[in-house]
Design a protein around this ligand. Sequence first.
Ligand code: NAD
Length: 367
Amino acid sequence: MSTTKKVLMLPGDGIGPEVMRQVLRVMDWMAKKRNVNFEITEGLIGGASIDAHNNPLTDETLADAMAADAVLLGAVGGPKWDNLPFEIKPERGLLKIRKEMGLFANLRPALVFDALVGASTLKEDVVKGLDIMILRELTGGIYFGQPRGIEERDGVRFGFNTLVYSEPEVERIARVAFDMAMKRNKRLCSVDKANVLESTVLWREVVERVATDFPEVEVSHMYVDNASMQLVRNPKQFDVMVTTNMFGDILSDCAAMLTGSLGMLPSASLGAADKNGARKALYEPVHGSAPDIAGQDIANPLATILSFAMMLRYSFDMGDDATMIETAVQNVLKGGLRTADIMQPGMAKVSTTVMGESLINELDKIA
Ligand code: NAD
């Protein structure tokens, strides 16, 4: 039996529309072969929306996003819009949609595909088989805390920010983290600096309290300085890591680089759960609009396809289908196909379109 899943597609700018076309193919395949009923709406965001409406995110598109079960975004931005005033730059569209949808949980998986293990700067045995998830609090903490500013006091200039978390803010991200751990290997590491920062003493207390609702999950706590060392020393010790906005900003980029390839990295941002447990959610590749290669059919579509797989897992509870897509990606790479960004000696360089086609062939084989 199929139930309708409302998806808003926002291809955006640069390579966004090219990589999104390959996702549409995968969705079409799923509709036909897996009996999944997607109701797809397309909208404009970023530069594309500025060109059409003089606004990087219109109220209509925002309303579509709020009404959708999930949003898939390509990328925004490019040199054409670089000189616009700050308020109507393409990136404002992205910031606004994240804010309006209340996306407080940012999920960044770091997954090393066997075929690409050589792309990491770390030794093969350290990263082979790596599969961790970094969960970053996205709307609170020191990036938003008040007071903030630069001011002069008695002739000396001070720059200051405030690191503040309320108990409900910590609790909601902790709950997402535990849910995530339950869908993975049931291990959660909460990263803080509770030896120095009171805000993260509270963070740790709240994580401990929420943990009692998830007895199956093994919880640990780590100071952020140690966590950064451990991520590079032995990243495979982790399953899910949850942390504050600023620590997560840094650790997720560090974890991303364990994999070594920007064109392969998906992400998700989740909002609060409604009374049925459904969350607002936006999925997007980590990379930008890559204006240097846009329109040439050479971009790597896999980060966006893997973002779609995350949508299946986290918005639609279709973990098996998500795994199937991830396996198809593994197999295509194992077969020696590479887009230019991940090209290695002895492999076959293929276009965006051929990568998409090959993935569909692989899905046919697996299904
Ligand atoms: P970028 O991620 O767009 O590109 C960095 C480099 O990686 C480029 O050489 C590009 O060709 C390459 N690259 C990126 N994605 C690729 C893919 N899928 N396949 C093959 N190669 C890929 O970052 P940038 O150059 O710093 O930014 C370009 C534009 O994108 C800017 O306008 C920036 O503001 C915007 N941007 C948007 C987002 C977003 O929409 N979330 C994120 C980052 C940057």
